[in-house]
Design a protein around this ligand. Structure first.
Ligand code: ARG
Length: 460
């Protein structure tokens, strides 16, 4: 069957179902721009070393450019019989410029071609994702600055633990996303390595200049082993792991927004444009966007596991299994990009209900540790102070009041070390202001970190 680019040794045509089953053009056509970019560089490199004449190279490059225009103008019919994006474009090139088009594939295989395409594509997507992360981070810093003095309860075990500032809580979110961005920058270094020249698996007999092609394509490095270059997809797995962590962070922050926007917490109100209603319950306003972010984290975990599982049993070098790398990788990229966009749009628009946060911090004896620290400052051993404060809390529970509402004489019954100045330690403002060291929750510490983080972000 000679209508295939590889048909020479075949005596019957491909089974119609097998043809569709083995094709990837339905999804890998998404790589068309990077496939053409790689082919142009390959042709220029071949001319540079004298394997193609300059005229042949120009004909090929012009043909590829025309095909790029056709694809972008919607004038390209993708043919499943041509299997994948690479053979669709190559066949079209020959149809367009004639026999010279057949010279493009000299010293190259689809194996190094596809690995190059994915890396070019992923490199660009990583840059988009990091730009979206930077936007989300800037939004968080702005909101944190506005809410640097806002007091809310901090939780452990979802029980009120100590008062914190809302600005500080938002900065905790910021740190997660800052690490995510650094992780992607690191992944990108290993993505930006060029497989081209590995050919099918063993390299090629032509006098290729891989460094030249790499410089045309902006690769930092050339893959050092041809077998490894065409077979490993660890760079895609690593990307998915970083993507899964981004989604984990968006999921955790979303879970908090969902809790906080419930009537029981009432800490924030999400803008209507990020919520939907119920078709039966007229009063409902559901936090759909954060719920979806939480749910979509599961998809990306799945993409990561798909790629790990795809890879683990493969002997070197290339196997067709690797064609299955694309859909999970595309899905991870699309999901992370969309999710970050929604997050970056939504977070700066949340309405903060400061009085509700403050009222919640007043419940649950959030300043009990401050009272213990106060006693320690007056010379009481911490373990004894812990015991004393525990008793005071029990009294406050019996009286259904806050620690700061107990009479001085009542407090002094628990410890003679207590004086009238104890009330300064029992206030929410005193509690947060006292934690002013680097990384602490005090408004001044929050503002200092915002300044520092802005400067680091500007220089990334
Ligand atoms: N469509 C293939 C893929 O995505 C391209 C490489 C095919 N190579 C081969 N020897 N069949 O991996």
């Amino acid at each position: 069957n000679t209508d295939k680019l590889w048909g020479g040794r075949f005596s019957e045509s491909t089974d119609a179902f097998v043809e569709a089953f083995t094709a990837s053009v339905m999804f890998d056509r998404r790589l068309y721009r990077h496939d053409i970019q790689g082919s142009r560089a390959h042709a220029r490199m071949l001319a540079h070393v004298g394997v193609l004449t300059d005229a042949e190279c120009e004909a090929i490059v012009e043909g590829l450019d025309a095909i790029l225009n056709d694809i972008e103008a919607g004038r390209f019919d993708w043919d499943i019989g041509l299997e994948d994006v690479h053979m669709n474009i190559e066949a079209r090139l020959t149809a367009r410029i004639g026999a010279v088009g057949k010279k493009l594939h000299t010293g190259r295989s689809r194996n190094d071609q596809v690995a190059t395409d994915i890396r070019l594509w992923l490199r660009e997507e990583i840059d988009h994702i990091r730009a979206e992360l930077a936007r989300a981070r800037r939004g968080l810093l702005e909101l944190a600055e506005r809410e640097a003095d806002t007091i809310m309860p901090g939780f452990t075990h979802l029980q009120v633990a100590m008062p914190v500032t809302f600005g500080h809580h938002l900065l905790a979110w910021y740190e997660m996303l800052a690490r995510d961005s650094a992780r992607l920058r690191d992944v990108r270094r290993r993505v930006n390595v060029m497989p081209l020249g590995a050919a099918a698996l063993a390299g090629t007999t032509y006098p290729i200049d891989r460094a030249y092609a790499a410089s045309l394509l902006g690769f930092d490095e050339v893959a050092a082993n041809s077998l490894d270059a065409v077979s490993d997809r660890d760079f895609a797995i690593e990307f998915c792991a970083a993507a899964a962590l981004i989604m984990t962070h968006l999921s955790r922050t979303s879970e908090e927004m969902i809790l906080w926007s419930s009537a029981q917490f009432g800490f924030i109100e999400l803008p209507d444009r990020f919520c939907t209603g119920s078709s039966i319950m007229p009063q409902k306003k559901n936090p759909d966007v954060p719920e979806l972010l939480r749910g979509k984290a599961g998809r990306v975990n799945g993409d990561l596991i798909t790629l790990l599982t795809l890879m683990k049993g493969q002997p070197l070098a290339y196997n067709k299994d690797n064609q299955e790398d694309k859909e999970p990788l595309f899905d991870a990229v699309d999901t992370v990009r969309g999710s970050l966009r929604a997050f970056a749009d939504m977070v700066p628009a949340i309405e903060v209900k400061r009085e509700r946060m403050r009222a919640a911090a007043m419940q649950g004896y959030a300043t009990a540790t401050d009272l213990a620290d106060y006693l320690v400052r007056k010379g009481v051993a911490f373990r004894d102070a812990h015991e004393i404060v525990g008793k005071a809390v029990r009294r406050a529970i019996e009286r259904d009041c806050d620690l700061s509402e107990l009479e001085l004489t009542e407090l002094q019954a628990f410890s003679a070390a207590i004086d009238a100045d104890v009330y300064a330690a029992l206030t929410l403002e005193g509690s947060v202001a006292a934690r002013a060291h680097y990384g602490g929750t005090a408004p001044d510490a929050v503002r200092a970190r915002i300044r520092q983080a802005r400067e680091l972000l500007d220089n990334e």
